[in-house]
Ligand binder design. Structure first.
Ligand SMILES: Nc1ncnc2c1ncn2[C@@H]1O[C@H](COP(=O)(O)OP(=O)(O)O)[C@@H](O)[C@H]1O
Ligand SMILES: [Mg+2]
Length: 372
């Protein structure tokens, strides 16, 4: 699949901008704070309906403007499709696919598939589980649009239950609502855990193989998905996972009331990463971590390609100069065949040789360079 055109209207630091992309490698260069990451974010957002960082959607609207719009014409299985998201400070976002209003998240995500990779992804390994959960959720939402719907519902319930727990002291009558929330949450939890288990198993298989290749067989990479403490085996069917999630939630109900926090559920899940059988978080060297993250990202791309039948759009944000030349070549060779948007500060020589189109990004405006 590839993006043919992108139109940004009051998105981040872009006022009105339309660009025509090459189906292969597109190189965006420019100094810091010019809008390179913002451009990649606009496509990532169209594919996942999530901003790059966990921020409020309205922060993506250009400062001082009430509304923003991102539109992309894409080619998927030789068919042209048009996706757009309208954001407003006051109203709900508006999703359109081929000119038709889409009410459900799952009818929109999964149309444009993308994999985003930036140096911040190194934190995936060093920091807490939230980033790793997000990585799984973003990939799964594209791969299994139904998952995106279930997760959105779970997160809504989680937020509301959190409010109930916080306000229960002042308004004890709110507690009467808890059993309804808890039941809906454990129903969703069973499904979420089953989806995550299946995806992590796949990710683990792909990752191990890729990592073996990049590290020249020197190191091993292993992943382990962990969920609720009473669930040593996450491979159970969703109905059984729901039963166990219910037991877990009941066992934690007193503690939830006392702490006023939601303590039970897949919002606490983690993906543990081991290099040479040791937790990567505590022992991995900078080089080992880089290789592990690169393997995770390439695995994500391969899975999407295998499962959907076409390559997702790869968004490489400022990542090439972070890699040594051996890994750069490995990446550039491996990604051949799909569409890639690469952003960089100084022109990466190796990427230049591969580029189908080059653009410069200066203060929210994008120009195609024709003389390279
Ligand atoms: N909602 C917004 N409205 C206007 N400008 C924004 C908005 N969000 C971020 N920016 C600006 O975008 C610039 C950063 O763009 P970014 O894409 O991260 O740059 P880079 O080219 O370094 O990747 C900053 O100057 C920031 O102030
Ligand atoms: Mg940037």
């Amino acid at each position: 699949m590839n993006v043919i055109t992108v139109t940004l209207s009051h998105f981040r630091n872009f006022s009105e901008e339309t660009i025509h992309l090459h189906p292969g490698i597109n190189l965006f260069s420019g100094q810091n704070a010019q809008g390179k990451t913002n451009l990649l974010e606009s496509l990532f957002y169209l594919s996942t309906l999530r901003p790059l960082r966990p921020v409020k959607e309205r922060e993506m609207i250009q400062f001082g403007f009430p509304e923003a719009k991102v539109t992309a014409k894409i080619c998927s299985f030789q068919r042209e499709q048009c996706l757009s998201v309208g954001l407003s400070k006051e109203k709900r976002r508006v999703l359109c696919k081929n000119g038709v209003l889409q009410r459900k998240v799952q009818d929109f995500t999964g149309t444009l598939q993308s994999v985003f990779f930036s140096p911040d992804d190194l934190l995936l390994i060093k920091e807490g589980p939230a980033g790793r959960r997000r990585m799984i959720d973003l990939a799964l939402s594209q791969l299994r649009p139904r998952y995106a719907g279930i997760l959105t519902e779970y997160n809504r319930l989680l937020e509301q239950k959190g409010k109930i727990l916080k306000q229960a002291e002042e308004k004890p009558s709110l507690l009467e609502l808890l059993p309804v929330y808890n039941e809906k949450m454990v129903q969703a939890a069973g499904q979420i855990i089953a989806f995550r288990h299946a995806y992590c198993k796949l990710l683990s298989q792909y990752c191990e193989r890729i990592h073996h290749n990049i590290s020249g067989g020197k190191d091993t990479l292993k992943l382990a998905y962990t969920s609720l403490s009473n669930l040593p085996d996450t491979s159970l069917p969703p109905e059984q996972l729901t039963i166990l999630a219910r037991e877990h939630m009941n066992a934690h109900s007193k503690a939830e009331l006392a702490s006023k926090m939601c303590l039970s559920g897949p919002h606490k899940d983690d993906l543990q990463i081991f290099i040479n059988e040791t937790p990567a978080k505590s022992f991995g060297s900078q080089g080992q971590i880089r290789t592990a993250v690169l393997s995770l990202k390439l695995a994500e791309r391969d899975i999407l390609k295998k499962e959907t039948g076409q390559s997702p759009v790869l968004l490489l944000d400022d990542v090439l100069s972070e890699l040594d030349s051996k890994r750069q070549d490995f990446v550039l060779n491996r990604i051949a065949g799909g569409q890639v948007l690469i952003s960089c500060c100084s022109i990466d020589r190796s990427a230049r040789a591969y580029a189908g189109k080059q653009f410069s990004v200066v203060n929210g405006s994008i120009r195609e360079c024709t003389d390279f």
